[in-house]
Design a protein around this ligand. Structure first.
Ligand code: NDP
Length: 241
């Protein structure tokens, strides 16, 4: 039977590449997003993947959203917690709003989303949860105390949840991308990229969203059933853990 995959933030950037790769691998895919309707509409028209709008930082919105996806596509077998934001600033100037927005979207969302699907996965004795963290959750980043804390939290979440569900056919893993060639990174001026960023990356190039997507497809598959609680670092050698 065709498995159902739900990708949060699946309409743009890394998430869009993940949604497309899962579809190409034979999954029935649902892509969620927060508010950029025109990007979501364009993505839907180009890929044929249905899109769903809700805020992953709200538990109630996630409950309602997942219910809708499951009513239309079937129970979620693969959950990719990809949606994320940044609200950067030095900690001594960081506002509570910046802190809460990043913690709730990048870490709270893992509770809000995973809680909706975990009981069904446990009953069916199969599930794949892949969380998208960041290199900055592993090494810390200037101006990103909120983001680094949330992304490090994603790693702890992954390990504990993997332990609780390892016997039940459910794997939980986390991917930590480095600099990926998305709109966000393309906005960085070329000389900053060439002089300040690329010299830090032994592979001497940015990563492509498809390189993260291929890892997600692998972790979602039956062949990866013995990989759980694992942190997959994909950063061109920039930070070796
Ligand atoms: P983008 O900004 O390109 O896309 C983010 C996606 O998440 C969009 O679909 C957006 O929806 C959605 N989203 C954001 N906030 C919410 C919310 N509250 N509820 C629901 N959906 C939401 O991000 P990237 O592709 O760059 O990043 C994807 C993930 O990878 C993030 O977790 C990020 O932290 C992580 N990452 C990215 C790196 C990079 O180099 N780009 C490096 C390391 C990690 P909408 O379109 O409606 O705004």
């Amino acid at each position: 039977m065709t498995r159902v995959a739900l990708v949060t933030g699946g309409t743009r950037g890394i998430g869009a590449a993940i949604s497309k790769a899962l579809k190409a691998a034979g999954y029935k895919v649902a892509a969620s997003y927060a508010g950029n309707d025109s990007a979501a509409e364009k993505f839907k028209n180009e890929t044929g993947i249905p899109v769903y709008k809700w805020d992953v930082s709200s538990f109630d919105a996630c409950a309602e959203g997942v219910k809708k996806v499951e009513a239309e596509l079937g129970p979620v077998d693969v959950l990719v917690n990809n949606a994320g934001i940044t609200r950067d600033g030095a900690f001594h100037k960081m506002t509570l709003e910046q802190w809460n927005a990043v913690i709730n979207t990048n870490l709270g969302s893992l509770f809000n989303m995973t809680r909706q699907v975990i009981e069904g996965m446990r009953t069916r004795k199969f599930g794949r949860i892949v969380n998208i963290s960041s290199i900055n959750g592993q090494k810390g980043q200037f101006g990103q105390v909120n983001y680094s804390a949330a992304k490090a939290g994603d790693i702890g979440f992954t390990k504990a949840l993997a332990l609780e569900n390892a016997r039940g056919g459910i794997t939980v893993n986390v991917i930590c991308p480095g600099y990926i060639n998305t709109e966000m990174v393309q906005a960085v001026p070329k000389d900053v990229l060439d002089k300040a960023i690329l010299p830090l990356i032994p592979c001497n190039r940015l990563g492509e969203a498809e390189e993260i997507a291929r890892a997600v497809v692998f972790l979602a598959g039956d062949d990866a059933g013995y990989i759980t609680g694992s942190t997959l670092t994909i950063n061109g050698g920039q930070y070796m853990v």
